[in-house]
Design a protein around this ligand. Sequence first.
Ligand code: HC0
Ligand code: SF4
Length: 574
Amino acid sequence: MVNITIDNQQVSVPEGTTVLDAAKQANIKIPTLCYLHLEKSNFLNNVASCRICVVEVEGRRNLPPACATPVTEGMKITTNSKRVLSSRRKNLELILSNHPFNCLICAKSTDCELQTLAWEFGINTQRYRGERATHEIDKSSGALKRDPEKCIMCRRCEVMCNEVQTVGALTAFGRGFNTVVAPAEKKPLIESPCVYCGQCVSVCPTAALTGVGYISEVWDALFNPKKKVVVQVAPAVRVAIGEEFGMQPGQIVTGKLAAALRRIGFDGVFDTTFGADLTVIEEGREIMDRLKSGKNLPILTSCCPGWINFINYHFPTLKYMPSTCKSPQQMTGAIAKNYYAKKMGIDPKDMVVVSVMPCIAKKYEAALPYESTHGIPDVDYSITTRELAKMLKEGSVDLKNMPEETFDDPLGESTGAGVIFGATGGVLEAALRTVYEKYTGKTLEDVNFMAVRGTQGIREASIQINGRTVNVAALSGLGNARKVLEKIVKGEAHYDIIEIMACPSGCVNGGGQPYCHDRDEVIEQRIRGLYHIDRNQAIRKSHENPSIQKLYQEYLGEAGSHLAHELLHVESHN
Ligand code: HC0
Ligand code: SF4
C-alpha cells in the first residue's frame, strides 16, 4: 500500500493507483473531461489531453494530470488550490475558444460534458476569441454524423474504435490547431471501414459524433393523412428510455411506451420482440439443418448490423457463416407491410414503418437496398431511443405519467425469449430454448441457460442436445469477436453456434441509448430489467407465441418456406 495525503486527508491505496482514483476513494471529486474508464467495455482513455484534472503535488513545479499520475509514497496532493483552479479554468477556456457557441440548438445540449463543465466552472464570458478551425459535417452514411468543429481532441473515439472495437476507422490527422480526427485520408465515413456500431457516439463528450437524425421525417409521416404510420420498439428500449424522464435505469416501461406512442399518433404500435420470436423460428430451422448436415458451422447470428458490417470488411472469407435471416427489425417491418397490411386492406406503399432502436447501425441496415420486399423497404425510418424521447417531449407526452397499455395485435405479442435479445447472450439463449425442444421433441424444463448470460465479452458453453454436444459462444464487443474469429480462421476453435453483438454487453449498451454517467452500473440495471421481464412472462419460448403460430398457419406455411425466404431472409448480407 502507498500512503499519501490529499487535501489534508491521509489515504492508503494500492501501488499503481492514480491520483484520480485515490481522490475518489477519499470522496474527493476531481473534474475530468477527456478521461473515461469503462470496465465492462475494457475501455480506458487517460491520454491527459484536456488538462482539466490537474492537481498540485508538493515539491513539483508543474501541475500533473490526476488521471495519468500514479501515487508515490508520501505524496502530498492539493486538488483545489488557487493555482489549480485557475489553471483548470484557463485550460477549459482555451478548449472553448475553438468550439462553436451554438449550444442552444446543439443535439447534445444538456447532455454535453463540455457544456456541463463550463456551467460548473461558472464560465459566462468568452475570454479568448480568435480564428476557429472550420470543417465539413459528414452525414454520408445516413447513420453516423461527424461534426469535427465540435471535437475537443479528447481521443475517446479513437480508443473505442481502434482498441476496443478494433475497427480502425478514426485517426487524428494534422498538427496543432489543424488537427482533426477523421477516417483515413479524411474520406467520408461511407468510404471508411466504419461499421456504424455507434460506440464512439456513446463516449464522445460533445456532439462531434452523434447519430443522423430522422425526427422531422417521422413527424412529417405522422402528419400526412395519406399514410398509415406504424412503429416497432426494440427490446432494449423499454428498460432505458425511462432514464430520459427521470426514472431509474432498468425500469420497465413497456406499457407506458405503448401508450405514449399512441398519443403521438402512430396508427399501429408493434413490438420488435415479435420479430425476434420470428427470427428464432427461422434461424432455429437453419441451426438444425446445419447441425444435422454438419456443414457451414459455426452458424453466426445475423441480427446485429454493426457486426455484419464488421465480418464483411474484416473477415470476408467467413461470409458464408452468418445465418441468412434478416434481423428482427427487418422481419417485423416485412410482416407489417405484407401480412398485416393485407389483413388491414392497406397498400404497402401507403404504410410507413418506423423502428425505435438503441442502435445507430440499424439506420444503416434499414436503408440497405436488399433489406426490402418486392422493392419496398421493410423499414422506412429507424430512430434511436434518444430521438424517441425527444419526440415525446416535443409532443408534451410525459412517459412517466402514461397509463399501462399493450401493443397492438398481432405484431405486439411476444415471449420472454424475444425480450432477452436486447442483452448479450439473449439471442443465443432464445434460440437454444426452441432448438432444444424442436430437435429433441422433449420439453425443456429449465429455460434458463445461465452459462451464456453475463457481461464478459466472451462466454462459452457446451450443451447436450439429443446426445450431441453443441458448442456455443456469446460474444459482445467487436474486439472480442475478432479474437474468436481469428482462431476460427486458423482452425484453432470449433463452435457450432455463435452469437455476436457489436456493442459491449449487447443492445442495452447501444449507441442510441440515453447517455449515462455510471455506465457500467446502468448497463447492469438495464440487463436486470430485461431478465426480469423474461422471468415474469407467461410464455418464454418463441415457438409458443400464439401470434407467431397463427402467422405460419395463415400465411407463411412452415419455417424456411418459399414465402418465408422471400420476406425474412437475404441471399447474402452485402
Ligand atoms: Fe437489438 Fe435486435 S436485439 S439487434 O440489440 O436481434 O438494436 O434491443 O432490436 O433487430 O429484437 C437493437 C435491441 C433489436 C433487432 C431484436 C436483434
Ligand atoms: Fe468506429 Fe463504431 Fe464509431 Fe464507426 S461507429 S467510427 S466503427 S466506433
